[in-house]
Design a protein around this ligand. Structure first.
Ligand code: PAF
Length: 281
């Protein structure tokens, strides 16, 4: 497995592969890899000749008061995990490599980014879209793999690729959870033992919402209230949002029909966690 630090080095490798007619699968990450990332890499490994993983904590997608500095990093551990899955190349650039002096071009969107996480993280998706398009231009993958845990990100990237005619197929992969239901996330590492326990309220409250829908409830307000009421039973939890939206457009819906995303963001102490489920029609 190779680790490349520059755009040119990645391009050289990928060009060689493409000359040989090999397909490239790509998993963009911010590192501190866990089982969720592993599942994306495994999917990429199965479906492509070559697999590239990027590890880059992208400053552009963090707001001024967010956790850019404290975001966990461990390249050694990440490299071992990648090697174990059979990744061919890690791209691990410095911010200056991705954003050279004078950088002033961005990718933005009118829809999809204003609801859910876009409300409390207004510049987040512009940063995500810009870095993902840059990474796609560098790696030129045939297939790219994203987790459904970041469901809005998955919808945004899917839309961006369609709108901008990017020749990469986007694959959404299921959420990977701890045995007790907590969705795997690099940010779980911020939680104290007490908060880790309290964080179970996210998956538990979603279960309440899911059960209601399975019993035939179609009124989004009823589902949102049931989820919010359950979260309110946990004293360490503070709701950022509980929402029901159309998954393809990320616009709020009143009646549950079509591809529906039920998504929540909840502060447990100072840590903001997200979770969701999607109903595909
Ligand atoms: O999901 C993430 O880890 C990041 O948002 C991504 C897609 C790697 C872009 O920085």
């Amino acid at each position: 497995m190779k680790i490349c630090y520059t755009v040119d080095d990645v391009r050289k490798e990928v060009k060689e592969w493409k000359k040989q007619g090999l397909t490239v699968g790509f998993v963009p990450t911010m590192g501190y890899l866990h089982e969720g990332h592993r599942s994306l890499m495994e999917a990429a490994r199965k479906e492509n000749d070559k697999v590239v993983v990027s590890i880059f904590v992208n400053p552009m997608q963090f707001g001024p008061t967010e956790d850019l500095e404290s975001y966990p990093r461990d390249l050694d551990k990440d490299s071992k995990l990648c090697e174990g899955v059979g990744v061919d190349l890690i791209f691990h650039p410095e911010p200056e490599e991705m954003y050279p002096e004078g950088f002033c071009s961005y990718v933005d969107m009118n829809g999809l980014t204003t609801e859910l996480c876009g409300k409390s993280r207004p510049i987040h998706f512009r940063g995500v879209q810009t870095v993902v398009l840059k990474l796609f231009n560098i790696v030129t993958p045939d297939n790219a793999y994203f987790g459904q845990k970041d469901a809005q990100q998955l919808a945004v990237v899917t839309r961006m690729v369609k709108d901008l005619s990017v020749d990469t197929k986007i694959h959404g992969c299921p959420i990977i959870r701890e045995e007790d239901g907590l969705a795997k996330s690099s940010r779980n590492t911020y939680l104290s033992e007490k908060e880790r326990q309290a964080a179970l309220i996210l998956s538990q409250s979603l279960q309440v919402g899911k059960a209601l829908i399975e019993q035939g409830e179609t009124d989004a307000t009823v589902v949102k209230k049931a989820i919010s009421d359950k979260i309110a039973t946990e004293p360490l939890a503070r709701i950022d949002y509980v929402d029901v939206v159309d998954f393809d457009t990320i616009t709020p819906i009143e009646q549950i029909k079509g591809n529906t995303l039920v998504a929540i963001a909840v502060y447990i102490g100072k840590t903001r966690l997200i979770d969701n489920f999607i109903i595909f029609s």
